[in-house]
Ligand binder design. Structure first.
Ligand code: BEZ
Length: 239
């Protein structure tokens, strides 16, 4: 069925969906998504506009912390509904002039997508008409090495993102994949993790009566185990 323009604006990929493909021009050259990033995690994020203060503080922070994401096999990809020359001028201004929280001379080396046509922003539901019809909200898509959307976080125009949380979310998903566990509220690497709930009465009984080695259960459905920082930082290779 043909989509109306309104439907196109408000549709967005959901967790578990294949990330929509696109080709785009960026500050680091042309990209073909997701083909160019196969085998890597990608954080695809939008910001409302170049030359605005909250966005500037976010880009400086992302630029500073980019090596931490890169070390986690994660590529950062930014996007706004601005043209390439605006992006270039803004990133040059950030490098040459702006200081924020002790950061200066910050060079943004990850690609920033120009999306003046809104093609990508519409595919990813980054336009939220209740907030703005001309600016993307602060959307963050976590896309795994197989090109599947694994998490999304949306913030309004007025709120800068928390980069510790973005990194924590990425590590939590990578750790869940590597060790087949889940992470509890406010989990930080090195904290105990949740063992998947018993899927049968037999396993539930065994867990409570035998207490599988290394697993602590306070009830049949609430079992945790230790996962050291070393294990989190050195996951087994995933097939
Ligand atoms: C900002 O980045 O400062 C901003 C952008 C759009 C609306 C409000 C604030």
């Amino acid at each position: 069925m043909e989509q109306t323009q309104e439907q196109a604006i408000i549709s967005m990929p959901r967790i578990g969906d294949t990330a929509p493909a696109f080709k785009a021009v960026t500050t680091q050259g042309a990209i073909n998504f997701p083909t160019d990033y196969k085998g890597k995690w990608v954080i695809l994020f939008s910001h409302p506009a170049d030359f605005t203060p909250v966005c500037t503080s976010e880009f400086m922070t992302f630029a500073k912390r980019e090596p931490e994401f890169s070390a986690l096999n994660c590529q950062l990809l930014g996007l706004s509904i601005d043209g390439l020359y605006s992006h270039i001028a803004w990133l040059r201004t950030i490098k040459d002039k702006i200081e924020f929280k002790g950061m200066k001379n910050m060079e943004v080396t990850f690609p920033l997508i120009e999306d003046i046509s809104m093609e990508v922003a519409k595919k990813y539901g980054m336009i939220q008409p209740g907030e703005s019809t001309t600016k993307a909200v602060r959307a963050v898509f976590f896309i795994d090495p197989k090109g599947i959307v694994r998490a999304l976080i949306y913030y309004p125009l007025s709120m800068g993102r928390n980069f510790d949380e973005l990194k924590r979310a990425l590590i939590a998903m990578q750790t869940a994949d590597a060790y087949n566990i889940a992470t509890p509220a406010d989990w930080q690497p090195g904290d105990d993790v949740i063992v998947p709930t018993a899927g049968s009465c037999g396993v539930a009984k065994d867990r409570m009566e035998l207490m599988e080695e290394g697993i602590t259960c306070t009830d049949w459905f609430f079992c945790t185990k230790k996962l050291s920082l070393h294990q989190v930082n050195n996951p087994p290779t995933l097939k």
